[in-house]
Design a protein around this ligand. Structure first.
Ligand code: CTP
Length: 400
């Protein structure tokens, strides 16, 4: 969740500053880019050398570099950051933040910051309890800051009570939870996704199937779930496993079973993505016993299955989106557009077997998305995970 996130870590004068080194280490380990800002008092508790070594960036604290006059722009810093975390936040700094005093770089950056600000106070229990501090905490919350309440325990003063800066692990958990909530634009939405092949029984030991692995559908399910959606994944026989607990997996075998599951869950779905390679025909009768080799020609009579995508397309309400796939070997675009119309889909994802690396068995796919207005978006060859992300991105604009 913190990978690539730009975080300003502001450190103020408190004995808890020694914990900031470990906090910084955790943030960097999670993949965050961290710019450390230290007040003058903070440097009495922990050295900037430790913090710059751990963050891989020079620590900032002054408005100007005295040696060459380089100006450190608090405005740029405020714009750069995805999040500002002040840990530990002393009573003094909190008071200044509330009053709009900006006599150091940390405070000017706080006032300029456009990003969310998290504050982890650290002080003696009586200082924290004091009405002045409590008023400041209240005011900071009103100004939009998130206060990571101090923990209760032994304090540097020898006293015991509430005032200890929260443990670095807990602070990092808070940031993780914040970013994960932010990354869930599909919260409250339900996705119905079909995946894999279907097996159409001939006799107790034989079936008609296809080479679909289910990878595209499973990746779509994980992608939608990771963005907060509840996912119903109706899968034909596949070796793949689901990871996200928000995915409810319904295992089916035949096209008929897949149809029944889709009928059941479509009503409550906001979006349906039909990525399964559903058999178009199924044996008219299934032999009760294993068919014997007679030496003669064998004729199997097949009947059409229900076109599930077309069935959902014909039933879809205005608030529902239905997307399908078209796997083509020739006249790819023409065939895909025909399917889009025939099945009343909102858009169709075309993969052409004419493109190397596209299709059933591979880990990659090369897609083109075509919508009802015939608008086309072509994507380069990507992993199926990346393709899933592109498809979900595209689908977002259809969801009300
Ligand atoms: N599909 C479906 N039910 C079927 C057949 C296909 O839901 N019985 C869906 C697929 O999941 C896919 C889309 O319809 O999203 C197109 O599938 P495809 O096999 O490419 O097309 P068909 O309509 O089966 O046409 P054809 O096999 O003739 O190319």
């Amino acid at each position: 969740m913190l990978k690539g996130k730009k975080i300003i870590l502001g450190i103020t004068g408190s004995i808890a500053a020694y914990k900031s080194a470990y906090l910084l280490r955790l943030l960097v380990k999670e993949g965050a880019e961290v710019q450390v800002l230290m007040t003058k008092a903070a440097k009495e508790f922990i050295t900037p050398v430790t913090m710059s070594a751990l963050s891989g960036r020079p620590v900032l604290g002054e408005f100007f570099e005295s040696k060459d006059g380089t100006w450190h722009s608090h405005v740029d810093l405020g714009l750069w950051a995805d999040l500002m975390l002040i840990a530990p936040a002393s009573a003094n700094t909190m008071g200044k933040m509330v009053s709009g005093i900006c006599d150091n770089l940390l405070l000017t950056t706080y006032l300029s910051a456009k990003c969310p600000v998290f504050v982890a106070p650290a002080m003696d229990l009586d200082m924290y309890k004091h009405p002045a501090t409590q008023d400041n905490v209240k005011k900071l919350k009103e100004y939009g800051a998130v206060i990571i309440e101090p923990a209760t325990g032994e304090l540097a003063s020898g006293l015991s009570g509430k005032g200890r800066m929260e443990d670095p692990e807990v602070i990092v958990d808070n940031l993780r939870a914040f970013f994960s909530e932010k990354n869930k634009p599909l919260k409250g939405k339900t996705f119905l996704i079909t995946a894999g092949p279907t097996y159409e029984k001939i006799d107790p030991v034989r079936f008609i199937g296809n080479y679909s692995s289910g990878k595209m559908g499973f990746n779509l399910a994980e992608e939608a779930a990771s963005r907060g959606a509840e996912v119903i994944l109706v899968s034909g026989p596949s070796q793949l496993k689901t990871i996200n607990p928000a995915i409810k997996r319904i295992d089916v075998e035949s096209a008929e079973e897949m149809k029944e599951a889709c009928e059941k869950y479509f009503k409550s779905a906001n979006a349906a993505v039909m990525s399964a390679a559903v058999a178009d025909y199924t044996p008219e009768t299934v032999a009760d016993n294993k068919m014997k080799r007679t030496g003669d020609e064998l004729m199997l009579k097949l009947k059409p299955t229900t076109d599930i995508a077309a069935m959902l397309g014909s039933r879809k309400r205005d608030d529902q989106v239905v997307a399908g796939f078209a796997l083509e070997t020739n006249d790819a675009r023409k065939n895909a557009v025909e399917k889009l119309k025939k099945k009343n889909l909102d858009f169709i994802v075309l993969n052409s077997l004419e493109d190397e690396g596209a299709g059933f068995m591979s880990d990659t796919n090369k897609i083109t998305i075509i919508d009802r207005e015939n608008k086309t978006k072509e994507f380069p060859l990507k992993t199926k995970q990346e393709v899933a992300s592109d498809i979900i991105d595209y689908l977002l604009s259809y969801l009300k």
